[in-house]
Write a protein that binds this ligand. Structure first.
Ligand code: HEM
Length: 446
């Protein structure tokens, strides 16, 4: 097949005007393909049109995918006033609310992001370590020893529990049970792929007023707001180190605290952004390790010897080979030159994580699970992008990698895992790409 290449920008070549080529399918076909087979669609389009191509979706508008490292760098280092991520994430508005850091742009985004950075600083991760290992150990010890289990729902239970405890800082018995049960139900409903069809048909703004949807969110709000109020008045607020307490103590530049609405939207953002994603990453790590006995044996040996580097490489290689999210979006406020093309205002540029991570020039034998590659070469800022990049890079990246490592360490030290059936392939679940049989394994006792 003939492969079109994206022209490189240079001092002598003026940028090409307008959109790069893309499939000329009808809008329903584009939509169907994207929702049924997103990764294959990306791969096919790259094979046909090269590293830059155009795709159209209802309500989302026009997307221009890029996977060349220079173009990705241009997007991540470009002026955030001209590259709007918040606007491009509008589909999340009904659930997260208008103050969510994921939905804001420009100064409002930076102001909110600054307030949220301290709890996610790499150095703070140790504070969450105990919660993470306790929750993981309790969950793993409940698993049967000889029957097949699906790892993904188990990992969802772990990551939901971890994020609830890290965010709210409440222990068992202190109201955690009710909050957890309610939130689990509501978050499960909200991340149900069949519900995703609503934002597409109604559009995110109208969905916000849709009664069934409103009821679901009102139920969640009825739990979160009282929790915020109670914590605001907690006598030990200054000594607490859970995320809610830290956010309550954070101050805007003018010295004002975050209001309840802001806090609710950010808490919801952390719960939604932090649990399903990390559970998916963990499920893939388990699926891949169970099918790679040599790599699993090396991990066991290294951990037994007290070395953590290989564990970190396993986490990174999992997120490279099976990125949880296939792309990120930036909507152009003005025409902008990217990858040698002058793209019109209004389109969304989409660094294609899935394609960047499969570039054989960066990752030889890209389809192989080979954690060693991250011991030989550190991850590149614009070539290892499971968490996106630039001023929008995932706030929870350290938290997620740390949690994946802690949970995998508990698993490997407690159980011997082996796969059930043939290799699993990625299938769409809302916005993440999950193992097709939910990472089915047998986890024998050690
Ligand atoms: C393996 C797990 C995770 C993956 C793969 C992931 C991936 C991502 C990606 C791709 C973005 C968009 C970045 C961009 O547009 O350039 C993002 C943003 C974000 N993530 Fe994560 N994430 C994970 C876990 C978490 C966790 C655990 C939290 C919080 C506890 C979190 C909170 C956020 C927030 C707040 C943003 C918005 C940042 C902003 O717009 O400034 N994520 N994440």
């Amino acid at each position: 097949m003939e492969v079109a290449t994206t022209p490189r920008p240079s001092a002598t070549t003026p940028p090409l005007e307008g959109l790069p080529p893309g499939p000329n399918w009808s809008l329903p076909r584009m939509t169907w393909r994207w929702f049924r087979r997103p990764l294959q669609t990306l791969e096919e389009c790259q094979a046909r049109f090269g590293d830059m191509f155009t795709y159209r979706l209802p309500y989302e508008g026009t997307w221009v995918f890029v996977s060349d490292r220079e173009a990705v760098k241009q997007v991540f280092t470009g002026d955030p006033r001209l590259l709007h991520a918040g606007e491009a994430n509008i589909i999340l508005l009904p659930v997260l609310g208008a103050h969510s850091v994921l939905l804001l742009d420009e100064p409002e985004h930076m102001a909110q992001r600054k307030l949220m950075l301290p709890p996610f600083h790499g150095k703070r991760m140790q504070a969450y370590s105990e919660v993470m290992s306790d929750v993981a150990a309790e969950e793993i010890d409940r698993w049967p020893t000889d029957d097949p289990i699906r790892a993904r729902p188990r990992m969802q239970a772990v990551t939901l529990e971890v994020i609830l405890r890290a965010v709210f800082g409440i222990e068992e018995g202190e109201g955690l049970t009710q909050l957890r049960d309610e939130l689990r139900g509501a978050l499960g409903e909200l991340s149900n792929p069949r519900r995703l069809i609503f934002p597409i048909i109604l559009g995110p703004k109208r969905l916000q007023r849709y009664p069934a949807f409103r009821r679901l969110l009102d139920g969640v709000d009825a739990l979160i707001y009282p929790e915020i109020q109670a914590r605001r008045g907690a006598p030990d607020l200054a000594e607490r180190d859970d995320i809610l307490s830290l956010l309550l103590q954070a101050r805007h530049e003018d010295g004002s605290p975050m209001n309840d609405r802001e806090l609710r939207d950010e808490l919801m953002t952390l719960l939604v952004a932090g649990h399903e994603t990390t559970a998916t990453g963990l499920s893939w790590a388990i699926e891949l390790l169970s099918r790679h006995p040599e790599e699993l044996a090396r991990l066991e040996d290294e951990l037994a010897a007290g070395n953590e580097e290989y564990l970190d490489a396993v986490v990174k290689e999992t997120l490279r080979l099976r990125p949880v999210i296939a792309l990120v979006l930036r909507k152009l406020v003005e025409p902008m030159e990217i990858g040698g093309r002058l793209l019109p205002a209004g389109v969304s540029v989409a660094p294609a994580i899935h394609l960047v991570h499969r570039n054989p020039e960066i990752y030889p034998e890209p389809e192989r699970f080979r954690p060693e590659r991250f011991l030989e070469q550190p991850p590149g800022t614009y070539t290892f992008i499971p968490f996106g990049g630039g001023v929008r890079r995932c706030l929870g990246a350290s938290f997620a990698e740390f949690e994946m490592a802690v949970v995998l360490r508990e698993l490997v030290s407690r159980r011997r895992i082996r796969p059930v059936g043939g290799p699993e392939h990625p299938v769409r679940s809302t916005i993440t790409n999950v193992p097709s049989r939910d990472a089915e394994i047998i986890a024998q006792a050690r």
